[in-house]
Design a protein around this ligand. Structure first.
Ligand code: TYD
Ligand code: MG
Length: 466
C-alpha cells in the first residue's frame, strides 16, 4: 500500500512543495503554502487506487457526424451572449471570475431567469448564500416567477446526485467554485486540491451529459483568481467581470474561449433592478464630457468586433518634487513613460519638471496600443493649456522613432465616431478607404511632431511656459 505522505501546495499557483516554507519559490507569494494529503488530491489521482486495472478499449470516432441539438443556449441578454460568443455551449464549462460584490451572482440570476423563461431547465446551486437571500435577490430582479431550480449545497457528490435525477438540466450554475468540496479529496474547501477536484468532477459531468456548466470564482485583490486560477486550463472559457469602485459600469471580458473570439466585451450598468445592458458603450463613456477643458482627447478604440469611444484625460502640472509623479488609471504605466519619452526626444516637448496624471474616463481600461495618439494629444493639450476640438477623435500607435503607425479597423472607428457626431479625426496614414463623414475631414499624420504642431500651433513648444 502506498505510504501516506503530506505535501504543501501553494494556494496561489498550485505548485507542490515537499516541505513548508513561508514563501512559494514558484510565484513568490507569502503564506500561501497549505498542507494537503498527497494520496487524496489530483496529483495522486484516482488512478493510484487502481493501478493494476487493465485499460478499457475506447471507441474511436470521426470528426463528422450527427450533433443532436442546437449546440448553443443563447440567453437573450445580448451583452452576455456577445462575451460568450453566442451563448453557453452545451457540454462546456466556463468560469466567471471577478471581485466579490461586482455582480456575478446578479448576472447569473438574470441569465438563469431568461433561460428558464425560454423553457430550459436551469439549476442554480449556491454555496455562499442561503435560499432566502437568493430569493430576495430574485425578487428584486423580477426573476422570482421563473422555473429556475435552486439549491444551497456545497458537496459535489450531493450536487451531482441531485442534478442527475429527472430531466437533464440545460445549464447548471455553481456559485462559487471556492465553496465546493468533494469526498474524493480530504483537504479543506477552498484549497487548490478541493477546487481542482470539484471542478474536474463537474466538468466531467458536463462533457458526459451535454449540460452546460458555469463556475463562479472570486478574484483576489491583485487580479488573480484565488484557487480557481488553477482551473483556468480545465474549463472551455474564462470570463472576467470587472468594474471600478464608484462606477456603475461593469465589463464582462472574455480571456479564454474555446468556442469563440477572446477579445469581446459585454458592457453592463448596475442599477437597483440588477444589471442593465449597455449596447452602445461609447455614449456611456462620453456621457459626462466637458469638451471645453484642455487635456481631454477622445480615443476611437476597438474592443473585439465593436468600436468604443472613450475620453482620455491628462493633467500636466508643475511639480514641486525632484522626481515628478506619473500616475495612470485605466492604462499601462510603462506605455505612458514611453509616450512622454518620445514627445521629449522627437518633438521637444518637455515634461521633466511636471507631474503627469492620466485617466481613462468612466472606469474603463484600455489595452490597445492604438490609444497612443489620443494620449499624446491629451498630454500636449494639457501642457499647453489649449483645448482640443470637441468634435475630433484620435487613434494611432506611436513608435519609439516618433512615427505614427497605422492600426487596424480605421474604417470602423471612423464610422462609430461619425455616428456619435464627431466630424474630424486625427489618425495614421492608412491605405484603407476612409470614405465620407469624419473620414473625409480626417488628418492623416505620419509623425508625432505633426500632431504637436497641429495642437500647439506653428511654433513647437520648447518649454513649460507655452
Ligand atoms: P452580487 O451579484 O452579489 O456580487 P458577487 O456575486 O459578484 O459577489 O452583487 C452584489 C452587489 O450588487 C451589491 O453591492 C449590491 C449590488 N446590487 C445592485 O446594485 N442592484 C441589484 O439589483 C442587485 C441584485 C445587486
Ligand atoms: Mg455572489
Amino acid at each position: 500500500m502506498a505510504k501516506s505522505r503530506t505535501q504543501f501546495i501553494c494556494q496561489n499557483c498550485g505548485t507542490v512543495h515537499t516541505r513548508w516554507a513561508g514563501k512559494c519559490d514558484a510565484c513568490g507569494e507569502w503564506n500561501t503554502l497549505v498542507e494537503e494529503g498527497s494520496n487524496s488530491g489530483i496529483g495522486a489521482g484516482p488512478g493510484s487506487l487502481r493501478s493494476s486495472r487493465k485499460g478499457r478499449i475506447v471507441a474511436l470516432t470521426t470528426l463528422s457526424g450527427e450533433i443532436e441539438e442546437a449546440p448553443r443556449i443563447s440567453t437573450g441578454i445580448g451583452e452576455l451572449d456577445r462575451a460568450t460568443g453566442g451563448g453557453f455551449v452545451r457540454g462546456s464549462a466556463i468560469l466567471i471570475g471577478g471581485d466579490p460584490g461586482i455582480g456575478k451572482s446578479t448576472l447569473l440570476t438574470q441569465a438563469a431567469a431568461e433561460l428558464a423563461r425560454k423553457g430550459y431547465r436551469i439549476v442554480y446551486v449556491s454555496g455562499e448564500e442561503a435560499v432566502a437571500q437568493i430569493r430576495l435577490r430574485a425578487q428584486r430582479l423580477h426573476a422570482a416567477d421563473t422555473s429556475v431550480e435552486l439549491a444551497a449545497e456545497t458537496n459535489v457528490e450531493d450536487i451531482l446526485a441531485t442534478i442527475s435525477e429527472g430531466k437533464r438540466p440545460d445549464l447548471v450554475i455553481l456559485d462559487s467554485i471556492q465553496t465546493l468540496w468533494t469526498d474524493l479529496a480530504d483537504s479543506a474547501p477552498g484549497t487548490v486540491t478541493q477546487v481542482r477536484a470539484s471542478a474536474q468532477a463537474m466538468i466531467r459531468y458536463a462533457k458526459s451529459t451535454g449540460c452546460a456548466i458555469v463556475l463562479v470564482g472570486h478574484v483576489t485583490k491583485d487580479g488573480q483568481i484565488a484557487g480557481p486560477r488553477v482551473v483556468e486550463h480545465m474549463v472551455d472559457g474564462v470570463l472576467y467581470f470587472e468594474g471600478e469602485g464608484g462606477h456603475h459600469y461593469r465589463i464582462l471580458r472574455t480571456v479564454k474561449n474555446r468556442f469563440g473570439p477572446t477579445d469581446e466585451i459585454g458592457v453592463f450598468e448596475m442599477s437597483d433592478k440588477g444589471l442593465r445592458e449597455v449596447s452602445n458603450p461609447s455614449e456611456l463613456f462620453l456621457g459626462e464630457r466637458s469638451a471645453k477643458s484642455p487635456g481631454a482627447a477622445v480615443f476611437a478604440g476597438i474592443e473585439g468586433t465593436r468600436p468604443v469611444l472613450v475620453e482620455i484625460q491628462a493633467l500636466v502640472a508643475p511639480s514641486p518634487l525632484g522626481t515628478p509623479r506619473r500616475a495612470v488609471v485605466g492604462w499601462d504605466n510603462s506605455r505612458l513613460s514611453m509616450i512622454l519619452a518620445v514627445l521629449e526626444a522627437h518633438c521637444g516637448v518637455r515634461f521633466a519638471t511636471h507631474d503627469v496624471y492620466l485617466n481613462v474616463a468612466g472606469g474603463y481600461r484600455i489595452s490597445e496600443p492604438a490609444a497612443d495618439l489620443a494620449v499624446a494629444a491629451a498630454l500636449v493639450s494639457s501642457l499647453t493649456g489649449l483645448a482640443l476640438p470637441a468634435d475630433c477623435v484620435y487613434f494611432g500607435e506611436i513608435s519609439l522613432s516618433g512615427a505614427i503607425r497605422p492600426v487596424a479597423h480605421a474604417q470602423q472607428r471612423l464610422k462609430e465616431a461619425e455616428k456619435l457626431g464627431f466630424a474630424q479625426a486625427v489618425m495614421p496614414r492608412t491605405s484603407e478607404d476612409v470614405g465620407k463623414g469624419s473620414g473625409a475631414r480626417s488628418a492623416q499624420l505620419s509623425e508625432l511632431a505633426d500632431l504637436v504642431v497641429r495642437i500647439a500651433g506653428r511654433r513647437k513648444p520648447q518649454s513649460d511656459e507655452e
